[in-house]
Design a protein around this ligand. Structure first.
Ligand SMILES: [Zn+2]
Length: 175
């Protein structure tokens, strides 16, 4: 695992012309928008940013992100570790107008000369984060309930009411 931090910004057009690749780690504390979706700031993020030109001479960035973050399990509401891996190809453009003319398979990255790499990686992570996360163990909440001594009085809903019972309840003069 690479320990060097990813550069905060990069002149992506120059980097694309030269075919530069940069990689490194990022701190979750530096990604406040993504961090707001997580259970804690513990975890790690590793990114690889490959700059180059495609056949049509677009400046293209291939970004690959691997991360391990802490999120809340929606079943038991306890924190859990979520491994993440995402990648995307972005075309560097200056304006919305240029973005409209890109081929469909390329997402635009509207950027000044210095692209904020950390923000770009943060955007990718936000897009890749599942809306709901669950422990692999489908019984994680039951384990938790078992630990809680208090027996929950779970009245199981009758899926199919017995028609005779229903009739009995309707009978007058029962009491
Ligand atoms: Zn859980």
């Amino acid at each position: 695992m690479l320990k060097d931090p990813l550069p905060r910004s990069l002149d992506v057009r120059k980097a694309a012309a030269r075919g530069v690749t940069v990689s490194g780690s990022l701190s979750l504390a530096e990604m406040p928008r993504f961090l707001a979706l997580l259970a804690s700031d513990s975890g790690r993020v590793q990114a690889n940013v490959e700059c180059g030109r495609d056949e049509e001479n677009h400046s293209v960035i291939a970004v690959t992100v691997e991360a391990e973050v802490s999120v809340v399990c929606q079943r038991c509401l306890e924190p859990m570790t979520l491994p993440m891996a995402c990648s995307n190809r972005l075309a560097v453009v200056w304006t919305d107008e240029q973005a409209k003319h890109l081929p469909r398979e390329l997402d635009p990255l509207i950027s000044e000369d210095d692209c904020r790499l950390w923000e770009m990686v943060e955007d990718e992570l936000i897009l890749a984060l599942p809306a709901f996360n669950y422990h692999e163990d489908p019984n994680c909440n039951e384990i938790l309930n078992a630990l809680d001594e208090a027996p929950a009085d779970e009245a199981e809903p009758d899926s199919k009411p017995n028609p005779f019972e229903v009739l009995a309840q309707l009978k007058p003069g029962k009491d």
